[in-house]
Design a protein around this ligand. Structure first.
Ligand code: ADP
Ligand code: MG
Length: 618
């Protein structure tokens, strides 16, 4: 969930030296690197002027990345890894049989090469390394930090894997940024669109189709819903051209190598068709004996119709998920949206002229570069900073099965918040920190994220220990919870992953449940709080009677015990008011007893007993 917020206290940065930030689009098919320039941002080219780096890595003793590796994709299939992004943060059972081809059979998941097994993280790190090297060479300086983009639907494991790849490449990751949000930034939408405006980002790349719905909320740009098809992209348009060619030639079978050769031809034809109304196809090599063909844009439009309709259907579904609001802008992203037929179909479907003035295969990297520039510290205070928000509140289980919210829903990341807790029972030396996510009041209605124990609390009376629980959420939505007992300094901590792994649908349904159940939850909370208060009063009283019962006369003691047993009976009911009334009554009745105990403890404190003696008497 991405939001936009004005960067605070950056006016003091005026005279500082300019830092260098890089924006990296680590794509399935192509990757690229960009950086802030005077007017906006620029893609960094290699020495020959190439802008895109094919996301292909060849391992044969030496590692080659990009165009030269792509050349070996046909000749050296075994050692050439393509589309590693599809495997990031994935395990064997996430993949189908075809995807498992060429992978090792052992864990972790790795591509089998002559250089040994190569994990998707290692492959991606080679691409990142090569992009950074290109930037350093071209700019003649080393960057201070990078922003790497990831699909909005990437879950926490996939994001973690991306971070690992960056670490392996020795990059300083300022943050991971969602691809659609990066595209919206490149068009300046984060600064220009009105409150509540909705932006649809249509991203058709090489192998995937993503549709994201963003909305401006309270000055912040937020991802409302994501959808699409992970098995629909430019490659499928190549494939329909391959099938059309075979059809024209009256062929129905071919070898794998022939297919690959035809697919490469088809891709070139498709890309050329974006510029010219028709393209002639001249068969070469093994296929030279076949007739030349002519593919017109009209024919291609007919062939591509079903694929285009599939993307539009996914758009409708995702818009439904987002609540069907009126779309103010459609942003085109991905090399495949260069196809005029896509532009026309999208314009017609949304009844809007889509934004496509920035190269669709560069727009994500350019937005990331703008963001990187602000995050390295070049902001002058006017620009907006896009930050994640917490989709659901985060909190802790407290005594009585209630959740105490520490970080409210929609809080902007990164942030840290601490709250003090105490023990519920006398002599309690440990406590379970149970971290929960959700809007409801009761633990069983929220989602349990993690649980850990803090032990070694010195035994004290209930309510005396001071336990500071800190929730820290970084810019990627990773939550770190730590608990520290203030007297002894005993600490325990743990990292959990709150925001991802929950789909937007799940978040929406949890929110809906919290709204419909709000009144009921409020009552349940009040009842539980009343019970907790009554129990702790009773508990304290029993302990006090054991320790200092001699301070009471028999009648006084009997009177208190009658009041107490009345409250115990009331606890069995679900009558909040009744429990509260009896609790107050018992509290009043025990006041004199409490005062006498205070007097006694003050006297014993004044009588100068050594601390060590007190301890051993315990
Ligand atoms: P990804 O985000 O998947 O890494 P890109 O956004 O770079 O990939 O898109 C790659 C796809 O875009 C390829 O299928 C490629 O054929 C297609 N493509 C690039 N240029 C054009 C063009 N001029 N016309 C049609 N398709 C194009
Ligand atoms: Mg892409």
């Amino acid at each position: 969930m991405l939001l936009q917020i004005s960067e605070p206290n950056s006016t003091e940065n005026v005279a500082r030296e300019r830092k260098r930030g890089l924006g990296i689009d680590l794509g399935t098919t192509n990757s690229l690197v960009a950086t802030k320039s005077e007017g906006g941002a620029d893609v960094i080219t290699d020495v020959s002027g190439a802008r895109l780096v094919p996301s292909v890595v060849n391992f044969t003793g030496v590692v080659t990345v990009g165009t030269s590796a792509l050349e070996s994709a046909v000749s050296d299939v075994r050692n050439t890894v393509v589309s590693a992004k599809r495997f990031m943060g994935r395990s064997r059972h996430d993949l189908n049989d075809q995807q498992l081809l060429g992978l090792t059979t052992s864990d972790p998941l790795a591509f089998d090469t002559d250089d040994g097994p190569k994990t998707p993280v290692e492959v991606s790190s080679e691409i990142l390394r090569s992009l950074a090297a290109r930037a350093r060479q071209s700019l003649d300086e080393t960057e201070d930090g990078v922003v790497i983009t990831v699909p909005a639907y990437f879950d926490d494991r996939q994001r973690q894997a991306t971070r690992q790849a960056a670490e392996l490449a020795d990059l300083n990751v300022l943050r991971l940024l969602n691809e659609p949000t990066a595209a919206a930034i490149a068009y300046g939408l984060d600064e220009t669109i009105a409150e509540s405006s909705v932006v649809a980002v249509y991203d058709l790349g090489g192998g995937t189709f993503d549709i994201s719905i963003l909305r401006m909320e309270r000055g912040l740009l937020r991802v409302l819903a994501t959808g699409g098809d992970t098995a629909l992209g430019g490659d499928d348009f190549d494939e329909i051209i391959v099938r059309w060619m075979l059809d024209q030639w009256g062929l129905d079978s071919m070898t794998r190598d022939q297919h690959r050769q035809l697919a490469m031809m088809a891709r070139a034809v498709k890309e050329q068709l974006s510029e010219s109304p028709e393209v002639s196809i001249v068969a070469t090599g093994e296929l030279a004996h076949l007739d030349d063909l002519l593919l017109t844009r009209e024919t291609f439009t007919l062939l591509a119709e079903t694929l285009i309709q599939r993307t539009l259907k996914a758009c409708d579904q995702t818009l439904d998920d987002a609540g069907r609001s009126e779309v103010a802008h459609v942003v085109l992203v991905g090399g495949s949206t260069r196809m005029p037929i896509i532009r026309e179909a999208v314009a017609k479907h949304f009844n809007l002229e889509p934004l496509c003035s920035i190269n669709p295969d560069e727009v994500v990297a350019l937005g990331a570069a703008l963001q990187a520039d602000i995050l390295v510290g070049n902001g002058d205070g006017d620009e907006a900073l896009l930050l994640d928000v917490i989709p659901l509140s985060l909190g802790l289980e407290t005594y009585g099965g209630l959740i105490e919210k520490i970080i409210p829903r929609n809080a902007v990341l990164p942030l840290a918040k601490a709250q003090e807790f105490t023990t519920a029972k006398d002599g309690q030396t440990g406590l379970v920190v149970h971290v929960l996510q959700g809007e409801r009041e009761r633990v069983e209605d929220c989602r349990s994220l993690a649980r850990f124990e803090l032990n070694g609390i010195p035994p004290m009376v209930a309510g005396a220990a001071r336990i500071l629980v800190t929730f820290k959420v970084d810019a990627d939505g990773l939550l770190e919870v730590s608990a520290r007992e203030e007297i002894t300094g005993t600490e325990a901590a743990l990292v959990v992953k709150p925001s991802f792994g929950l789909s937007d649908d799940e978040v929406a349904s949890m929110l809906r449940a919290s709204q419909t159940n709000a009144a009921e939850d409020m009552q349940a909370r009040q009842l539980r709080e009343a019970k907790v208060e009554a129990e702790s009063l009773l508990h304290g009283l029993i302990g006090a009677l054991e320790a200092d019962g001699d301070l009471l006369s028999d009648e006084e003691r009997a009177a208190l015990e009658t009041e107490a047993s009345g409250l115990v009976q009331a606890l069995a009911s679900d009558d909040t008011e009744f429990i509260r009334a009896l609790t107050d009554q018992l509290g009043q009745a025990s006041l004199t007893f409490a005062e006498r105990r205070m007097d006694r403890s003050i006297k014993s404190a004044l009588s100068g007993v050594a601390v060590s003696e007190l301890d051993s008497a315990d």
